[in-house]
Design a protein around this ligand. Structure first.
Ligand code: FES
Length: 111
């Protein structure tokens, strides 16, 4: 199993997200880690409707009320703690979760 530093814990206060790049099965892939209700979650930055990033490259993942992630292309709404799409063209599907580990002030991706 490999480990890659993806963020500093101090950058992930409530409602914040950090994007990162990693290699998955030899392909460059983007992920994001977010702090929601005091928990850190990480997912591949790829909508389940079409293979597009959720944030459309501007780093915004949370809805205006901060309660869900939203895909900026067709407004699919995802539950942050589970990645489940609650509403939109891919309702019932889930974001691909990524394993992370926290050590002191560092957040690591485990692959
Ligand atoms: S690409 Fe995300 S909802 Fe269509």
């Amino acid at each position: 199993m490999s480990r890659q530093k993806i963020a500093s814990l101090s950058d992930l206060t409530e409602g914040k997200t950090v994007k990162f790049q990693f290699t998955h099965k030899g392909k460059p892939t983007e992920g994001f880690v977010a702090c929601f209700k005091g928990k850190l979650v990480a997912y591949e930055n790829r909508c389940r409707h079409l293979p597009l990033s959720l944030d459309y490259d501007d780093g915004r993942f949370f809805s205006r009320d901060g309660k869900t992630f939203v895909c900026q292309t067709h407004n699919a709404i995802y539950e942050p703690l589970t990645g489940l799409c609650l509403r939109g063209p891919c309702e019932g599907e889930s974001l691909k979760p990524l394993k992370i580990e926290i050590t002191e002030d560092e957040v690591w991706l485990l692959e």
